[in-house]
Ligand binder design. Structure first.
Ligand code: NDP
Length: 446
């Protein structure tokens, strides 16, 4: 429920942003949590912090023309939503997927603002991307698209202004093409302008693994306060991209047993445990489909998409995309005895699913907190770039683990302080909102 004092601001967001369902959903979740903060701090209402925090500082939409391998001209639409720079330069990934539109980029940028605040690092929030489908495209086509995208984006970004990174469809290959074009146009080797770079050209060790590893650390923390551990638990992970692969990796390292993962064509169930080496070979090296995984693993089977949450497990990690786990899926997971659910993707659980998990007492880690390890490690990459240094894998991973433990502790303590023990959704939203709002007040009317 949204506090009645926030109803008018909420109605205004809906009116000003028609048809942007995902953005509405993300705003609603935050507003449902922050009523008690507004009640305690009247200056936030006076300064219209809710209204300002829900309005991006800047929104860019641009044409991305490029030529495919047959010489045909293709036109895509590029986006960058610079949501909030109170805490530092805008920071957030780029998504290349046919579903990308302004509403999706705004929801992601809004979420990113709070997630970045939770990390405690000096970074604001942004998100961007294009309705470009990289599937089936050659390396040359990907390069031409990235070069055209950056030919417009370069004028809006910079290490002190806005620092993009990867997201769905954007990995080290794409960041390489984007960085190369930025360097060429600006005549500057400005490492800190993008994160997720290759290690040879300014990238940080652990960035590739960071989001997935961070999720496993967060789950470990949630289970620990309940007297449990990951060791010996059965786990299901949706998706098979960057986040999913390294969540599986760390869950295995911590003694868990991941039996299923997926892509948009289907779900692979591997009763002996997902073989990480095979998964990485198929998805990272060969850029093929999960259906190709079963050729290497005779006992593994392929199921229809969408059915992954029917597989009984104690830990469920949705790591693919928004709204991929609904109320029915949650009911099924609860019936099958799930103990912990952590959002690897951004907003993968629908509001009905989140409510069901909280009501059933399942340990539920919202994406803002559970998947913040990726952007936190991006901020560590920026630190290394600024000091022209490069840290070891062990040191960087230790920093990541400490950041995730701190985020967990903050969310846990805040939830208790506001009378909702164990509710990490409340904890994450209130902690991050307070940080952004307090700084916005300090910076005056901007
Ligand atoms: P990738 O592009 O590497 O992988 C995405 C994976 O999700 C692919 O396996 C893809 O399958 C699958 N997927 C996408 N849409 C669907 C769908 N509708 N149904 C089933 N599977 C689907 O992206 P990432 O791993 O980087 O990102 C995954 C999620 O994590 C996103 O929500 C992203 O915003 C979030 N995130 C990512 C971070 C990062 O550091 N990369 C940081 C924090 C959050 P297919 O190939 O068939 O499309």
């Amino acid at each position: 429920m949204i506090d009645e004092k926030l109803e008018a601001a909420h109605a205004e967001v809906l009116r000003r942003n028609p048809g942007e369902a995902e953005f509405h959903q993300a705003v609603r979740e935050v507003l449902e949590c922050v009523g008690p903060v507004i009640a305690k701090r009247p200056e936030l209402a006076r300064e219209k912090i809710i209204q300002r925090i829900c309005e991006p500082e800047r929104q860019l939409i641009f044409r991305v023309p490029w030529q495919d391998d047959r010489g045909e001209v293709q036109i895509n639409r590029g986006f960058r939503v610079e949501f909030n720079s109170a805490l530092g330069p805008f920071k957030g990934g780029l998504r290349f997927h046919p579903s990308v539109n302004l509403g999706i980029v705004k929801f992601l940028g809004f979420e990113q603002t709070f997630k970045n605040a939770l990390t405690g690092m000096p970074i604001g929030g942004a998100k961007g991307g294009a309705d470009f489908d990289p599937k089936g495209r050659s390396d040359d086509e990907i390069m031409r698209f990235c070069q055209s995208f950056m030919t417009e984006l370069y004028r809006h970004i910079g290490e002190h202004t806005d620092v993009p990174a990867g997201d769905i469809g954007v990995g080290t290959r794409e960041i390489g093409f984007l960085f190369g074009q930025y360097k060429r146009i600006t005549n500057r080797y400005e490492s800190g302008v993008l994160t997720g770079k290759g290690v040879a050209w300014g990238g940080a060790l652990v960035r590739t693994e960071a989001t997935g590893y961070g999720i496993a650390y967060f789950v470990d923390e949630m289970l620990r306060v309940r007297g449990e551990t990951i060791a010996g638990k059965t786990c299901v992970v949706s998706g098979s991209g960057n986040v999913a692969i390294y969540a599986i990796d760390k869950i295995h390292q911590l003694g868990g047993h991941v039996v299923a993962c997926s892509d948009s064509d289907g779900v692979v169930f591997d009763p002996y445990g997902i073989d990480l080496a095979v998964l990485r070979q198929v998805k990272e090296a060969e850029r093929r489909r999960m259906s190709d995984y079963i050729a290497y693993r005779p006992r593994a089977t392929l199921r229809a998409p969408g059915s992954i949450w029917q597989i009984p497990c104690q830990i469920a990690l949705p790591c693919a995309t928004q709204n991929e786990l609904d109320g029915r899926d949650a009911a099924m997971l609860i019936e099958n005895g799930v103990l912990a659910v952590a959002e690897g993707a951004n907003m993968p659980a629908t509001p009905e699913a989140v409510r069901a998990f909280l009501t059933a007492g399942v340990a539920f880690g919202p994406g803002k907190a559970a998947n913040a390890g990726g952007v936190a490690t991006s901020a560590l990459e920026m630190q290394q770039n600024a000091s022209r240094d490069s840290w070891t894998f062990e040191y960087t991973e230790k920093r990541l683990a400490a950041i995730m433990a701190k985020i967990h502790a903050l969310c846990f303590e805040t939830a208790e302080r506001f009378g909702s023990p164990g509710n990490y959704v409340m904890g994450a939203n209130i902690t991050s909102f307070e940080r952004v709002a307090t700084t916005m007040v300090a910076l005056g009317l901007t």
